[in-house]
Ligand binder design. Structure first.
Ligand code: 6AU
Length: 263
């Protein structure tokens, strides 16, 4: 077991150099939650209603803002107000994947102005180091954090082996802005304390028929030593009581973390 995986979130927060990571780790212990909910809904009101319901159970809200059909500036204001009300951070899962100059514009401008409201965003490393440098020029002065997609949850993903390894090295080089990874597990031997977030988490089913693969919070947090579980349809899928399901995942994630740090 890696040393960092045995520390509490607060112990890590106390010495963490990245302001967003520090805030997130503090919130996690305060709310006893390592749950991020992926709200993949296409109507503004559906998103806001769901976020208000699950807000008490999450440490991080994950959005795909570009799937919202009736997006407007008021939606962002309301999301930020909900984040203050329920105490969670916002992660816009934009998965940038272009050259540095283009991602700078995509991150700061356009319809969504992501950098102005999202605490955290993420990117692929396929373009090389320039993508991180470009995003950093915008995000660092605003006190934002970046996650690199080091691995993916989907079947047949190409983000493996030397691609994953090169991604870890880029994160170490830019550890002032890169605060963590999207990954299936904690990577051993890293110098910095990166926050590992894992999607593809479900308690009831193993997949979705489109290549998504689900593992349980126990497998992800305790066995694979990741820090945060990202759950979407498991929480709000058809016929589910979202508030109740969010609590179920929060408890499962938290208990798995308790078992891990007591090993
Ligand atoms: O629980 P689900 O399958 O309903 O939703 C999983 C969420 C979706 C995906 O876009 C996202 O997690 N995701 C990511 C992220 C977070 O970057 C990477 C990945 O490899 N797999 C994945 O599902 O919103």
């Amino acid at each position: 077991m890696s040393d960092i995986a045995l520390k509490t979130y607060t112990e890590r927060a106390n010495v963490h150099p990245n302001a967003v990571a520090k805030k997130l780790l503090r919130l996690m212990d305060e709310k006893k939650s390592n749950l991020s909910v992926a709200v993949d809904l296409t109507k503004k009101n559906q998103v806001l209603e769901l976020v208000d319901k699950i807000g008490p159970s999450i440490c991080l809200l994950k959005t795909h803002i570009d799937i919202v059909e009736d997006f407007d500036a008021d939606m962002v204001q309301q999301l930020v107000a909900l984040a203050e009300k329920h105490k969670f951070l916002i992660f816009e899962d934009r998965k940038f994947a272009d050259i540095g100059n283009t991602v700078k514009l995509q991150y700061s401008a356009g319809v969504y102005k992501i950098a102005s409201w999202a605490d955290i965003t993420n990117c692929h490393t396929v373009p090389g180091e320039g993508i991180i440098s470009g995003l950093k020029e915008v995000g660092l002065p605003l006190g934002r954090g970046l996650l690199l997609l080091a691995e993916m949850s989907s079947k047949g993903t190409l983000a493996t082996g030397s691609y994953t390894q090169a991604t870890l090295e880029l994160a170490e080089k830019h550890n002032d802005f890169c605060m963590g990874f999207i990954a299936r597990r904690r990577f051993p031997g890293l110098k910095s304390d990166f926050i590992h977030m894992t999607p593809g988490v479900g308690l009831d089913v193993k997949g979705d028929g489109l290549g998504q693969q689900y593992r349980t919070p126990e497998e992800v947090i305790c066995e694979s030593q990741s820090d945060i579980i990202i759950v979407g349809r498991g929480v709000y899928g058809s016929g589910r009581d979202a508030a109740q399901e969010a609590e179920r995942y929060r408890k499962a994630g938290w208990e798995a973390y308790q078992r891990r740090i007591s090993k």
